[in-house]
Design a protein around this ligand. Sequence first.
Ligand SMILES: [Cu+2]
Length: 354
Amino acid sequence: MAHKPCNMYNSRSNKMILSLVVIGAIIMVLAFVPMSTIGQQSEQTFTTHSGAVIKTSGQVLDPLYTESTLEFDPMEFLRNFEYGTVTHLKDGTTLREFTIVADDDHIMEISPGIFYNVWTFNGTVPGPTIRATEGDLVRIHFINNGSKPHTMHFHGIHAAEFDGVFESVGPGGQFVYEWIADPVGVHPYHCHIMPLEEHISHGLYGVYIVDPKEPRPLADEMVMVLNGFDTDFDTENNLYAANTIPFYYQHHPIRIETKDLIRIYVVNMVEFDAINNFHLHGNLYHYYPTGTDTVPSFYTDMITLSQTERGIMEFVYNYPGKYVFHAHKTEFSEKGWVGMFAVSDSRGSEEYES
Ligand SMILES: [Cu+2]
């Protein structure tokens, strides 16, 4: 008997909770139906400053590309490696010289209809992917063509005077960085002038790869820099991408072949967010954190990276088709950090036919 009042109380309580849930659901429906309707109605076609006709879904975060009009081509950047001007010193050392020019007054259409003041190394975000072999002498002729002081801070091993932290290079200034390439792996480089988050979030970063003297196995190699853009200056990113242009590799899948070893040098340069990640569909990859080891540490379909964390991913697709890759941080993939591999077995078919 002692339980009855308690049960009655529970029953009333449950009814109250049920009522609140129903009221809540009605409020949710009223709040969200008009929002989604507005989203659908705002799909439109417009002309960009370059004269291109672009369709958008109304959500500028998910542009529907009708043609490639963007001045930075993520597909070209993907497999582009700069080896520098090569000469040989008397002792046999290979000297690789690079000229890098910083700028900070460039307005770039980073997504159809979205213009942003990018700060660049050699005119692009990210800057060029610099590549050397372990033991090479790397010499960077740095020129600051911008209106603010900038530097180049390379991760890796070098003397203190070439660290790019204390030797601020003013507008019109120059500086020569020099070091022996070490250690093997994939390293970011970026400007190191304060406020650092401003110089990095505007785009002053790139990738520096040091190859082992005994080369890694032959592979279809790519660079993916994970980045984002805070287009309303509230220190939160509005767009995310692999290689700057949101959704680019979704609209333009990366063509690869079955049986080919794919090697991706991945570097997380996203500012403002604590983590980023890389998830691959229909496959797993061998992962070499920082790339300093030639033995993989993980066999996984998912890595999580803090800012400037990086590594080398290696995988092979056995089955043709389209496979998505994206940040498993869902917000990032929905705001642009998503792409696709279009895997064909054309070589396999040719062998089969012949
Ligand atoms: Cu800077």
